[in-house]
Design a protein around this ligand. Structure first.
Ligand code: ADP
Length: 256
């Protein structure tokens, strides 16, 4: 009887615990949504004053550079750079909440066409880095085309940005059937990522490699994750420091 009572208590405690954790998850989800709404409203409202600060900082730089002392030139350069970085952050934050707020416009298209657009957009980065992008056969998919463009552009842009100083960047994009649809991979031969950070880099504002002075806002991969999840897929990374990284995402066959 004792044993039975013990099992009953154990089961009811477990049920209570499950209910508590479900409740907690619902609350976490709600507060996350509130936070996203807050991020959207504030970043939207910050755009205008920031445009003014950036505009005047640039004007001062153009008009007074070399006419004040060296310290002043340096301070103005900091101001211009800081304002630009803040603008980039706000632009990315708005984009992040836009993906959440607006659904997707699903249509059928070839992923190869999207990659052509990505390469046209990244033309300058390719020339500047002496990089190469190799693209394997790509499938026809049903998805939101502009979100796919953003996703691949973020991944390929990062693959070029986080290149190794020792070699020219080579990015390989491939697709294979899997996970009830396709798994698309973007592989690079860049600086790589420590396994401890494989999950964290997909969260907002999580940046590594800041000591090496790579520019960035820490929002790009969070946008990628949101886009992929909106399409019912998942995104993950496999990487070895100093060798390179492979970012993969799955895409279900039919969407919408
Ligand atoms: P960021 O604006 O900093 O590039 P992301 O969200 O795109 O923000 O990426 C988050 C972090 O993940 C980056 O700061 C960088 O340290 C790491 N990372 C992303 N892509 C790569 C890559 N291809 N190779 C190495 N590190 C990467």
């Amino acid at each position: 009887l004792d044993c039975l009572l013990f099992i009953c208590r154990d089961v009811s405690e477990r049920k209570a615990m499950e209910a508590r954790s479900r409740e907690l998850l619902v609350r976490l989800d709600a507060s996350n949504k509130e936070l996203e709404q807050f991020a959207y409203v504030t970043s939207h409202d910050l755009q205008e004053p920031l445009r003014m600060i950036a505009g005047y900082a640039q004007l001062i730089e153009r008009r007074y550079r070399g006419r004040l002392d060296d310290d002043a030139d340096e301070f103005i350069a900091f101001l211009v750079d800081g304002a630009k970085r803040m603008q980039a952050m706000i632009r990315d934050l708005l984009e992040y909440s836009r993906v959440e707020r607006l659904g997707g416009q699903f249509e059928s298209f070839g992923m190869g066409e999207v990659l052509d657009d990505v390469m046209a957009n990244l033309g300058a980065a390719l020339t500047e880095t002496g990089g190469r992008i190799e693209v394997g056969p790509m499938p026809q998919v049903t998805a939101d085309r502009s979100q796919m463009l953003r996703l691949l552009q973020n991944l390929i842009g990062n693959a070029l940005k986080y290149r190794s100083p020792d070699r020219q960047p080579v990015v390989t994009v491939t697709a294979e059937p899997g996970a009830g649809g396709w798994v698309i991979s973007v592989a690079d031969n860049g600086i790589g990522i420590e396994p401890a950070y494989f999950d964290r880099i997909f969260l907002v504002f999580q940046r590594l490699h800041t000591r090496e002075h790579y520019d960035g806002t820490g929002i790009g991969l969070a946008i990628c994750k949101k886009i992929v999840e909106r399409h019912g897929g998942r995104i993950w990374v496999e990487s070895e420091p100093d060798r390179g990284s492979v970012f993969r995402f799955s895409l279900a066959e039919t969407q919408g």
